[in-house]
Design a protein around this ligand. Structure first.
Ligand SMILES: *Cc1c(COP(=O)(O)O)cnc(C)c1O
Length: 422
């Protein structure tokens, strides 16, 4: 399988090369040259999630140097469950938050870490991964790369702007993970990372690399749970295919859903739920794509005004007509997020996080009678300061998260200058 750049001005490459490079040399994003078609897989053939992952991903790694270790990578990366919560006989939630940092980013980050570790071993090379984080990404990346050979990680987060629980998840590692509390904003952190990459000499000396959501190694594993979930849903709902509603920010997660659908997964339709950052619903309304500055909301992992994976969706659906045929999207504001968390709790005593609430609102307002699957991207205990006052109950902290929160922390406070972290 070859990978090409969405901008079409870079040479085609293998999956491994795309994973090591991150961004294509022409500034575009890597996408598979064509999507493999799923063989007609039966539900009762699925023996475990990692085995299904191997089956789905094998064609993407055909002829690649990782193809021989792909099964091992899947068992290493997907060592936690994927669960469903049923509201009734039509409506379910797909819980993607049972990984080590209790958010769906664990799937992508762990698969990327397992792949990179093997690629570096083959090459006898070392890498240093730089991540600027406003909360969730840094934790998932730190957890996934912890103790991986030949890889060092430097996580930068803005002082006073991440929640206490998020800070603990960023600073509890030690070993090959270093955390830096930057006296500045998230934008300052991002600029430090950019400046470090621009410093050619430093960049080569440290083997700087990134692990953000544009990396192909984070995208591919996100198609797998849509294949899995749609097969399980159809088999347990009399052959009905679900509408899948995805809380979206940089649109990496829903891109995995579209890849799964185009490969032949039994999915009726894919809908996006966004917060007040309405770039995509506005595009659907007026046909003009206008990226913009982001607005801060309660669903902060989706605070994105210029979604970085949009180029991949445009590559799939290049005209507004094609885009409208496949994509629906609605924006949900903070007041409505609050109301929805409360409504779901009152209806069924099920706590959801603010991101999941955007998708649940879209289901209730636009797909009330459909067979549907809302994607739950994070455990509500990660956002207890929003959720608990609304449901007036403490959200129990799941075991995976509790274990992290109990570890001792260490980090270094630094000013806004990338030299300080090397
Ligand atoms: C990252 C994140 C999202 C947004 O996912 P994208 O792939 O950027 O669209 C939604 N919810 C949570 C909890 C996240 O961490």
């Amino acid at each position: 399988m070859n990978y090409i750049s969405t901008r079409g001005k870079a040479p085609a490459c293998t999956a491994s090369e795309a994973i090591l490079q991150g961004l294509a040399p022409d500034g575009g994003l890597y996408v598979p040259e064509n999507l493999p078609f799923l063989r007609n897989l039966r539900y009762d053939e699925i023996s475990s999630y990692p085995e299904l992952a191997y089956e789905v991903l094998a064609p993407f790694f055909e002829g690649d140097e990782l193809s021989g270790s792909l099964a091992e990578i899947c068992f290493d990366a997907f060592d936690f469950p994927v669960l469903f919560h049923d509201f009734d006989d039509r409506r379910a939630t797909l819980e993607l938050f049972h990984g080590p940092t209790a958010a769906f980013k664990d799937f992508g980050a762990r698969f990327l870490a397992c792949s990179m570790e093997r690629l570096l071993q083959n090459r006898d090379r070392k890498l240093t991964i730089l991540v600027a984080t406003s909360g969730d990404t840094g934790g998932a990346v730190a957890a996934a790369f912890y103790n991986r050979k030949n890889i060092e990680v430097k996580v930068l987060f803005p002082k006073g702007r991440v929640s206490e629980r998020q800070k603990r998840q960023l600073t509890c590692w030690g070993g090959n993970i270093s955390a830096y509390e930057v006296v500045g904003t998230f934008d300052d952190c991002q600029k430090m990372v950019k400046d470090a990459f621009m410093d050619q000499k430093l960049s080569e000396e440290w083997g700087l690399s990134s692990a953000n959501s544009i990396n192909l190694g984070r995208l591919l594993p996100q198609a797998v749970y849509y294949v899995y979930a749609s097969l399980v849903f159809r088999a347990t709902h009399d052959g009905h295919e679900p509408v899948i509603i995805v809380p979206s920010g940089n649109v990496g997660n829903c891109c995995g859903a579209y890849w799964a659908k185009l490969m032949g997964s039994p999915i009726e339709r894919i809908a996006l739920a966004v917060n007040a950052n309405a770039t995509i619903p506005d595009y659907l309304d007026n046909g003009i794509y206008r990226p913009r500055q982001s607005i801060a909301t309660l669903a902060n992992a989706m605070d994105v005004g210029a979604p970085s994976n949009m180029e991949r969706l445009f590559h799939l659906f290049p005209t507004i007509d094609l885009f409208r045929r496949e994509v629906s999207a609605w924006s949900v504001d903070d007041g409505t997020i609050r109301r929805t968390i409360k409504e779901v709790w009152d209806d069924s005593r099920y706590a959801i996080c603010p991101h999941t609430a955007t998708a649940e609102r879209v289901r209730r307002d636009h797909f009330a009678d459909a067979y549907s699957l809302v994607v739950s991207t994070a455990h509500p205990a990660k956002f207890e300061s929003v959720v608990e006052p609304l449901i007036r109950t403490e959200v129990e902290i799941p075991g995976n998260l509790a274990a992290l929160l109990e570890k001792p922390t260490s980090y270094t406070e630094v000013g806004v200058d990338y030299h300080l972290i090397f």
